[in-house]
Design a protein around this ligand. Sequence first.
Ligand SMILES: C[S@@+](CC[C@H](N)C(=O)[O-])C[C@H]1O[C@@H](n2cnc3c(N)ncnc32)[C@H](O)[C@@H]1O
Length: 248
Amino acid sequence: MSSRPKNWPPSLPYFKAPQHGKDLTPTQLQFLRTKPTTTTTQSQLDDDGNTLPVVPASSPATETPCPRVKILPITDPLHPAYGQFGLFAATNISPGELIVAYLGRLHGRGTTSEESDYDIWLEREMDVAADAALGGNEGRFVNDYRGVPCGREKGRPNARFGNAFCERWGEVCVGVWAVGGGAGKKGKKKKGVEGGIRKGEEILVSYGKGFWEERRREEGDHGGEGDGDAGGDDYDENDDDDGEGQLS
Ligand SMILES: C[S@@+](CC[C@H](N)C(=O)[O-])C[C@H]1O[C@@H](n2cnc3c(N)ncnc32)[C@H](O)[C@@H]1O
């Protein structure tokens, strides 16, 4: 396999592992490198109180390039990210499966780039985020579900951000997971979602309401129209803005 995925922007660094910003403290590094054990700490539990999943070093989700996904140009003029790229399933993906890691520069609040549209909280409490604006892997191309036409589960995401301990790198990473295969956030069942993504489908997450509210504020400030939130729907996002796994 080539050392970069097809359609990767030629001038953008392609990461084969998470990059550590110089600002990360020993405590943050220790948090990242701590593999969950039977005696887990609070920060190793997800919203449902489950232990952080451990992803074996052999998982295709952490291969670079990742065989589970394709970066493709968005050619449908009705798609809100028309003219940009998106992330698509290269194989059928089972509900609840880790699709691909989201690699970027790991950093704290002090080195946040206000301009970045690729910065995602890994663990807000530990002040660690992953920014893929200046380099990353395929994960950086995942679009938000809002306004995207023709999805099998129209009007809702088929994937979500979530953390895992990745044995390939020996640290906690953000990943993109197929929805389904269990309860949603805080144990709530998501209405009508069975999960699983078919080969060829676009992989779509929710960036969280906060991301789009901030986008609207910026557009208001600048008086522009831009490529903001393309429309509402009945997907219940009330749990979306409580911490990790949201674009900041
Ligand atoms: C993490 S990037 C996603 C990849 C991006 N499409 C690209 O080609 O680099 C986030 C950016 O994608 C665009 N985007 C993603 N989902 C969108 C949506 N539903 N509506 C409008 N723009 C979207 C916005 O420009 C946003 O700032």
